[in-house]
Design a protein around this ligand. Structure first.
Ligand code: GLC
Length: 435
């Protein structure tokens, strides 16, 4: 075999063993995933009738904290009376997010659009209208990529087996005809969503209730990709997705999956819950974000609008704070790749796409100086991102006879510090080379 052939066979094998996340796509996968890899920040929106009482989305009746009937009565309070989709999209854009993912239909089965497949939808709620379309339009106008969250389970649908954790309507393996009705319903809804919105990304959820075969996951993936060959699918299509979706927990070590996204709430709830005041501070969220991108991932940060369509003040404040910080530090964020492995710098870092600039995110007050280890390159210039101040540095512990890279001490005076998180650009001669 020629070298060239070895190379392509190698690449093909690599793409086959890749993530364990499902179908080997084509060698064009990297191209298809590029915008997602570069985007870094997405905003998740959990909006549904659960915001009326401010209770757990869908789970509150599934876990039998209230009856299914009482849960569904919330449709009468879902007014969307102050809903301003253009303002949502503008705020989300301002945060620095490049994409948005909205719950088109959660496990409770309430569809935000005028679904042909289900009467349990926004038109039949107090809102009396489709509330999804205007948001998608506004988000597209802002240049945001569109992600649609869609729950595979629908615990309200009469042909779905599970109603609550204790109430089972039927056995999907025994009554295959009834299950088939459910499959047609859910796949029909996907067709509705695809043809109305042409999303860039599908965000499935709830696949744990049945197997890939039962969901017909392979078929669904094929169908979505044939409708849009560039579409990206999250991992929760029973092993038939493109990227991993760790939830809430910040990975301590760099995940092995080449593409991944941490989905996270600002407080402890996905939907609006006024009693949940356990908010992370903007600074904490920025630090988490830096850790995520330092490991090459994306952050999908959640907001939970109220039933009247307004975004809680604490949440819009976080989006504005994120916006100030992402705007100032954009060169260190978008299009970057994962930074240094542990041990080289005490904090998160990213690397520019060309591999020639290291971005160091300062997790602590630097007390005048930071230390970088094991970088073999000569340094062209060190400066403060979004500020431009040139910083002095010294290389220590590098006698001429040693092969060690030495320690690089960088002076960071207090007056250059960012109120949330300072970022230092280390411009290298050539591509990063580590000891
Ligand atoms: C979980 C929950 C769901 C939530 C989702 C967001 O799967 O079931 O309520 O919407 O996480 O990632």
């Amino acid at each position: 075999m020629s070298l060239n052939k070895w190379y392509w066979t190698g690449l093909l094998l690599l793409s086959l063993v890749r993530t364990g996340l499902g179908q080997p796509d084509s060698l064009n996968e990297a191209k298809r995933m590029q915008w997602f890899h570069d985007a870094k920040l997405g905003i998740f929106i959990h909006w549904g009738i659960y915001a009326v009482k401010g209770i757990d989305e869908s789970w509150s009746f599934f876990n039998e904290y209230l009856s299914h009937e009482d849960y569904l009565k919330q449709t009468e309070g879902f007014t969307a009376s102050k809903y301003d989709p253009a303002e949502w999209a503008h705020l989300i854009k301002t945060s620095g997010a490049k994409y948005t993912v909205i719950t088109t239909r959660h496990h409770d089965g309430f569809s935000l659009w005028n679904s042909r497949g289900s009467e349990l939808n926004a038109v039949n709620s107090a809102a009396r209208r489709d509330v999804l379309t205007p948001y998608i339009q506004a988000a597209k106008q802002q240049g945001l990529r569109i992600g649609l969250y869609y729950s595979l389970p629908d615990w309200s649908f009469t042909d779905y087996p599970n109603e609550t954790k204790n109430i089972k309507r039927y056995d999907a393996n025994a009554d295959t005809q009834r299950w088939q009705r459910f499959l047609s319903y859910y796949q029909g809804q996907l067709d509705e969503l695809e043809s109305a919105y042409h999303p860039d990304l599908w965000w499935f959820d709830g696949d744990w209730e049945f197997s890939a075969e039962k969901w017909e996951a392979a078929k669904v993936r094929k169908r979505l990709l044939s409708a849009n060959k560039d579409v990206i699918i999250n991992s929760r299509l029973a092993g038939h997705g493109d990227y991993a979706t760790p939830e809430q927990g910040l990975p301590v070590n760099k995940p092995v999956d080449p593409y991944w996204e941490l989905c996270m709430t600002m407080n402890d709830s996905w939907g609006y819950q006024p009693n949940d005041t356990n908010y992370k501070t903007s600074r904490q969220i920025i630090q988490i974000f830096a850790n995520v991108i330092g490991h090459g991932g994306n952050l999908l940060l959640d907001i939970g609008p109220k039933a009247d369509g307004t975004i809680p003040a604490e949440q819009s404040q976080v989006l504005l704070d994120m916006g100030r910080w992402t705007q100032k530090h954009q060169e260190a964020i978008y299009g970057s790749q994962a930074g240094l492995p542990p041990g080289y710098f005490y904090g998160p870092s990213t690397l520019s796409a060309d591999g020639q600039t290291l971005y160091l995110f300062l997790p602590y007050h630097p007390q005048g100086q930071i230390e970088l280890r094991g970088v073999k390159n000569q340094i062209n210039r060190i400066r403060v991102v979004g500020d431009g101040t040139k910083l002095d540095h010294q290389v220590m512990m590098k006698p001429y006879w040693s092969t060690h890279a030495g320690l690089i001490y960088i002076d960071v005076p207090d007056y250059v510090l960012d109120p949330d998180m300072t970022v230092i650009a280390v411009q290298l001669k050539g591509k990063l080379e580590l000891e």
